[in-house]
Design a binder for this molecule. Structure first.
Ligand code: NI
Length: 166
């Protein structure tokens, strides 16, 4: 298990556009393994390559982690083909630690991507997974959720307190 350093807001690399992956080699596979380890270690549900300083179009997402069975998606060169519906909720990012803000995203998305064998796949998602796909794909074009949020950033503790009150 190898953890990589997560870049935080203010680091220029988070604002750059990532390049398409042409082939998956040993280095790419190591990067993907490290991205998964780093995401789980930080209790995140998604991580994009630029967040660990690599300008490649790769994201990992796992919105329902359990130890028994992997539910992780590894998306290479992902593109959203369709989006519809709407969901409004709080979002956070490992590159903006301790903060959340309200972001409206499509409720349902269809994306295409390449898997680690460079075979094209289609993923249909709704709810949290759809939100995560939109958030992570934005990272590949240098966009952070605070750019598209409709509320100011606030401390994540407030979110937890709200949840506890329910
Ligand atoms: Ni993020």
């Amino acid at each position: 298990m190898a953890l990589r350093q997560i870049r935080v807001d203010g680091d220029d690399i988070l604002r750059k556009k990532c390049k398409e992956v042409k082939e998956v080699n040993e280095r790419t596979l190591t990067l993907i393994e490290d991205m998964l380890d780093t995401m789980y270690d930080a209790n995140g549900v998604g991580l994009a390559a630029p967040q660990v300083g690599i300008l490649k179009r790769i994201v990992v997402i796992d919105v329902e982690y359990n130890e028994e069975e992997s539910s992780a998606y590894v998306l290479i060169n992902p593109v959203i083909l369709e989006k519809d519906g709407e969901q409004c909720g709080d979002e956070g990012c490992l590159s903006i630690p301790g903060k959340v803000a309200t972001v409206t995203r499509p409720y349902h998305v269809v994306a295409k991507y390449f898997d680690v064998n460079m075979e094209e796949q289609t993923l249909e998602a709704e709810g949290l997974l759809a939100r995560a796909i939109c958030h992570e794909l934005d990272h590949l074009d240098g966009i952070l959720y605070k750019d598209v949020a409709e509320s100011p950033l606030r401390d994540a503790e407030n979110l937890l307190e709200d949840e506890e009150e329910e």
